[in-house]
Design a protein around this ligand. Structure first.
Ligand code: UDP
Ligand code: MG
Length: 243
């Protein structure tokens, strides 16, 4: 275990046995030349395949890899949150474990973090390479609706490839589905947020956990909550203070 990592790579994992070796190799290839101290924190969301056994083997072979397993399947946001809580880096990065987000983009995130508190990946330009037409179109519509109703301008709020300073999440309240609203929630905390274009690969192995309906409907409900939160948030500045 690295005692004081600069960067924590946080991955949610549900039935990703076919992706884990490739993913860890790709992260090493991308980050080792950067010569920074990093850790990889993987939360197994109670996979039903061999993922947990593989994760324990990976962790036994490399002290930079830290793994934990949920007792029951709790969903992607919960796995991300548990990873963020366990992470010890000054900078945190989240990405999917299926190689759709490509670890070769990690250095670009680190460079952008020098100017911004939070950097979000956008798949708008690359998405057609890794996802089918229905997903590309439904995501475009979802982003438009989300932006219109929450007064947001993020082009790809569903993309979980992000990097941020750890203080960005200190005061966040997490809820199921919140991974789609992190840029907005972090902005609401007063941090600077930017987007960078990233690559999108087809899923390397295994299968997606979402269909069009569960992606869009549950996230519409969450959108109303975020819209409400944004409307009702405190907006004040202390003008003067004595003692
Ligand atoms: N995931 C998870 N718990 C779940 C569903 C998904 O931890 O209940 C993880 C999954 O292993 C992957 C990421 O969340 O690392 C994104 O999932 P998926 O690829 O299915 O989503 P999509 O890319 O299709 O939106
Ligand atoms: Mg995926």
């Amino acid at each position: 275990m690295i005692s004081d990592p600069l960067l924590s790579i946080i991955l949610p994992c549900y039935n990703e046995e076919g992706n884990l070796d490739t993913l860890i190799t790709a992260i090493r290839q991308s980050l080792d030349p950067q010569q920074i101290a990093y850790e990889i924190v993987i939360t197994d969301d109670c996979s039903r395949d061999n993922s947990w056994k593989l994760l324990k083997e990976l962790a036994a072979a490399d002290p930079r890899i830290r793994v934990q397993r949920f007792e029951k399947n709790a969903g992607q946001s919960a796995a991300l949150w548990a990873g963020m809580k366990a992470a010890r880096g000054r900078y945190l990065t989240t990405l999917d474990a299926d190689m759709q987000n490509d670890p070769c983009d990690l250095p670009k995130f680190l460079a952008a973090l020098e100017k911004f508190d939070c950097v979000c990946g956008s798949r708008v330009e690359s998405r057609a390479k890794g996802d089918n037409k229905i997903r590309v179109i439904s995501s475009r519509i979802a982003n438009r609706v989300r932006n219109a109703l929450s007064g947001e301008t993020i082009s790809d709020s569903g993309c979980c490839f992000r990097a941020f300073k750890r203080e960005c999440i200190t005061d966040l309240k997490f809820f199921k589905g919140m991974h789609r609203f992190m840029p907005t929630l972090i902005k609401m905390e007063g941090f600077s947020v930017t987007e960078i274009p990233i690559s999108t690969n087809p899923r390397f192995a295994g299968k997606t956990n979402y269909g069009v309906w569960n992606r869009l409907f549950s996230s519409f409900y969450d959108l109303l909550a975020v819209r409400w939160m944004k409307k009702r948030m405190f907006r004040f500045k202390i003008a003067e203070r004595v003692n």
